[in-house]
Design a protein around this ligand. Sequence first.
Ligand SMILES: Cc1ncc(COP(=O)(O)O)c(C=O)c1O
Length: 389
Amino acid sequence: MQFAKRLDPLQFNVFADMDRAKAKAVAAGKQLIDLSLGSSDLPAATHVVDAIAQSLKDPSTHGYLLFRGTKDFRVAAANWYTQKFGVLVDPETEVLPLIGSQEGTAHLPLAVLNPGDFALLQDPGYPSHMGGVYLASGQIYPMPLRAENEFLPVFEEVPAAVLAQARMMVLSYPHNPTTALAPLSFFQKAVAFCQKHNLVLVHDFPYADLVFENTKAHSILEADPEKTVSIEFFTLSKSYSMGGFRIGYAIGNAEVIQALRLVKAAVDFNQYGGILNGAIAALNGPQEGVQAAVATFRLRRDAFINALHRIGWQVPTPVATMYVWAKLPEPWTTNSIEFCTQLVETTGVAASPGAGFGNMGEGYIRFALVHEPPILEAAVERIAKFLSP
Ligand SMILES: Cc1ncc(COP(=O)(O)O)c(C=O)c1O
């Protein structure tokens, strides 16, 4: 059988290789400590689960929802944005429910790019941003994120020839995998750049709440309150520990929302109404669970970073997200895949190789803080033995 060429770039998947290495380690009797996946291990709040359970018994939730979801959901999403970021949102034209935010960011290039058009993506960045561009037969221009620039791209570096054929830029802060935060002034620059070059500005915002210090994550819409070029993707996966429920939404420019809706109308009939009801309960209800999740990830971060420092691995303390982005020590600085493969096969500790997030990720690895402190500390003990056998 012959398959579409657009699948070719999707075949290269470092994370599938890591899955094989993990399976090999388990088969060899290693006890796995899996820090390679950013899937929260925390439960969704009881009032959220209750709202979904009640919906299940209500037959009026059992049919198709069609493309815009429910008005109650769109209003809850719009109000949440206004309360949190002071941005006014029209629930009728500026909100679109999604089956997880990844579904939305991966479908959006189909609405924006013609074959061969460029999308400007962060390097390193979230792999599904690349996947969506490949599926739309677009081209990727990787904007390098360097530690010396606080992992923010330098827009002036994008060549004029690329810009002439570029239609969209994708940003995401707090950033997976580097954990960087972006100041509002950077977002203002990004909005002005996209306005000037007629680009759709996409902001993927899953870690909106996972910020640890006395600072906050900004919405791109604070820098573009008129929504001239911007669309932002939020998910309930992280803040509300609802990853498995697959619920997120896009908020932004009404024309871009309408274009994404057209793509989705050809693809899906929306998330189940009961899950939307759970999301409404999460967005409108008590927020203590969000604060508790942030406190949990802060504790884990401190335990893990302190343990790494004790063994002499000087990794910066992340101010946001559920990850640690660690520069590899010698002699591993150019081979994160080999490091992660050997680490898991020798010790059972699984991490994500930086190279899987783009060329600029090489030389780093990402740990996801998805276990409690004693397990994280046990992982560091095993890492210490691996580094100094
Ligand atoms: C940057 C980024 N976008 C999207 C997602 C996935 O979000 P969702 O569960 O809503 O699809 C993740 C999950 O780790 C992520 O890190």
